[in-house]
Design a protein around this ligand. Structure first.
Ligand code: 6PG
Length: 200
């Protein structure tokens, strides 16, 4: 695990966008993006670079709500990054159909997966008490939360996340200082190409 700690938000944004931009330059780049708040300014920075259009973007997870909802991860990504190629969970479908539809579009391997971590240790929408944290076969799962916005979630599971060529974890705030040590985020620590950016 390679950790970079930033005291200036501008540097955190610039260096994080730079890593995603480098991945965009790979042939047939396939990049999965998380939702939440931390990635938004980084995706806005990335949106100014035309190379982003070389990549196909995917979602790490989605809240089961309308794609126009302010709680929608794909809305945040569309509004901030304006991706040319973007494969999303279709939350207009019933949950199981949305999952199978998305699974059928997944690549064999991501070049980069960008993750956040909650203060409880969740990452993607894999919450500490969710059986999906132990899923070993299906690449996607339906999970539920009573602590965070929108109870029903559609998410990648650990197999595709840990199979990614590279993982970038974005952490903002002192309350995230030990987040990656908590289960299930701690499962990321075994990845051989894990980059953590921490804005104190
Ligand atoms: C979501 C995200 C989630 C997020 C963490 C951290 O749907 O909310 O995918 O896993 O990455 O909750 O969120 P912040 O970056 O907003 O702290």
């Amino acid at each position: 695990m390679n950790t970079k700690t930033f005291s200036q938000e501008a540097d955190f944004i610039k260096e994080s966008a730079k890593i995603i931009l480098e991945a965009c330059k790979l042939p047939n780049a396939k990049i999965a993006l998380s939702g939440g708040q931390t990635p938004e300014p980084i995706l806005k920075e990335l949106s100014h670079h035309v190379e982003k259009d070389n990549a196909t973007f995917y979602q790490v997870d989605e809240r089961y709500t309308e794609k126009t909802s302010p709680d929608s991860n794909q809305k945040m990504i569309r509004d901030s990054l304006n991706p040319k190629n973007f494969i999303t969970f279709d939350t207009s479908l019933p949950i199981e159909e949305a999952l199978s539809n998305y699974q059928n579009q997944l690549p064999n391997q991501f070049d980069l997966i960008v993750l956040g971590i909650g203060t409880d240790g969740h990452t993607a929408s894999l919450f500490p008490n969710s059986p999906a944290t132990e899923e070993e076969s299906s690449p996607v799962a339906h999970t539920q939360t009573s602590e965070f916005t929108i109870p029903d979630r559609l998410t990648l599971t650990f197999p595709p996340i840990l199979h990614s060529k590279k993982i970038l974890v974005l952490l903002k705030g002192q309350n995230k200082i030990d987040a990656i040590e908590k289960f299930p985020a701690s499962k990321l620590l075994k990845h051989q190409n894990l980059q953590v950016h921490f804005l104190v």
